[in-house]
Design a protein around this ligand. Structure first.
Ligand SMILES: Cc1cc2nc3c(=O)[nH]c(=O)nc-3n(C[C@H](O)[C@H](O)[C@H](O)COP(=O)(O)OP(=O)(O)OC[C@H]3O[C@@H](n4cnc5c(N)ncnc54)[C@H](O)[C@@H]3O)c2cc1C
Length: 313
């Protein structure tokens, strides 16, 4: 079986590249991952990461990929060592007067009353979350157990991988915000996000705002640490990371005063790979592209990985 399968080279060891590598190896492919950053230095490690909601409409592929991914995360949440865990919390929505219909089927859904929400409407729900350093470690270990080889190497041109390839080798471009340059696709931009990481402050529920502004507040508790964020800054926004982080912390303390006494452990900065719509398709050279998932790349990752396997086949 194995000898009739193509070898696959995946460029990228973020959540999209690693999830795709795992699914490809499970399907019987021999997989090599090339990455110019260590797994723990990818954008993926900087994600919050709230899962289970893409916010996209019913016909958007993000919705289908989320629906494929969420049951996988629910299963992973059974084992805390994976970095996936469930949290109950509140989402405050300031961009609509009504909650979207899909919200009502989320686990433990309850509409918040006007006196309970900081938005025009709000909901209490239970969702899966990823503690990304642990989760990426889990993915990397799982890939290694499946025989996936990860090599730290910069790819200057996809032709360097395809042209020297043995016949039948398939290349997957899952290079995140580097994918546009590799694909000659100018529509990919990096949208900066900043998180402040604090020591455990005894907070058990998450809080998230959905606002029209590129600055908002989210508070995501993970085992042993709390990730607070709320920035989606375009490339021409030159506000220094330190100032963005300071403002985020001030907003988060206003929402959750217990954070004022929590020790700051660090700051994470990442560039969301944003594209007008994500690209998961084969080009005319036979390269499979899987990039441009913006602020929901973790949420959709298993659905995208399944699609990559289908396209490689
Ligand atoms: C602050 C912040 C908060 C976020 N919160 C959430 C959230 O709550 N939920 C959610 O679902 N998503 C969230 N996201 C989005 C999510 O992090 C991204 O969509 C996702 O991580 C993208 O994964 P990726 O694998 O496509 O890219 P990346 O993680 O950027 O990985 C790209 C990989 O490609 C490699 N690479 C790039 N160019 C080359 C090259 N030329 N040669 C070799 N290797 C190359 C890199 O080294 C890296 O290994 C957040 C992002 C940020 C920044």
């Amino acid at each position: 079986m194995m000898s009739t399968m193509s070898d696959v080279v995946v460029v990228g060891a973020g959540v999209i590249g690693l999830s795709s590598a795992i699914r490809l190896a499970e399907a019987g492919h021999r997989v090599r991952v090339l990455t110019d950053r260590a797994v723990e230095d990818t954008t993926s490690v900087a994600a919050g990461a709230m899962l289970g909601i893409s916010g996209a409409g019913p016909d958007d592929p993000l919705t289908a990929w989320t629906e494929r991914s969420t049951p996988v995360f629910e299963e992973l949440a059974e084992d805390p060592a994976t970095g996936i865990h469930r949290l109950h919390g509140r989402i405050h929505v300031d961009v609509a007067d009504e909650l979207p219909p899909w919200a009502r089927v989320l686990p433990d859904f309850r509409a918040l009353g006007p006196d309970e929400t900081r938005g025009r409407v709000g909901m209490a729900v239970t969702l899966p979350f990823a503690d990304m350093p642990t989760y990426l470690g889990h993915l990397a270990d799982r890939a290694a157990r499946l025989g996936v080889v990860v090599e730290q190497r910069h790819v200057a041109d996809l032709a360097d991988v395809t042209d020297t390839a043995e016949p039948g080798r398939v290349v997957v471009n899952a290079a995140g915000s580097g994918a546009g340059e590799l694909a000659g696709d100018p529509t990919v931009t990096g949208v900066r996000g900043v998180h402040v990481v604090l020591a455990d402050a005894g907070i058990e529920e998450f809080s998230m705002e959905v606002v029209a502004s590129p600055r908002w507040t989210n508070v995501f508790p993970h085992p042993g640490r709390v990730v607070v964020g709320g920035a989606a800054l375009p490339p021409d926004d030159e506000t220094p990371d330190a100032q963005v982080a300071e403002e985020i912390l001030a907003r988060a303390i206003a929402v959750e005063p217990r954070l004022a006494d929590a020790r700051v452990l660090g700051r994470e900065v990442g560039w969301r790979p944003v594209r007008p719509s994500p690209r998961v398709e084969v080009d005319d050279r036979g390269v499979v592209h899987a990039y441009g998932h913006g602020g929901v790349g973790v949420t959709v990752s298993w659905g995208v990985a399944d699609e990559v396997v289908r396209l490689v086949a």
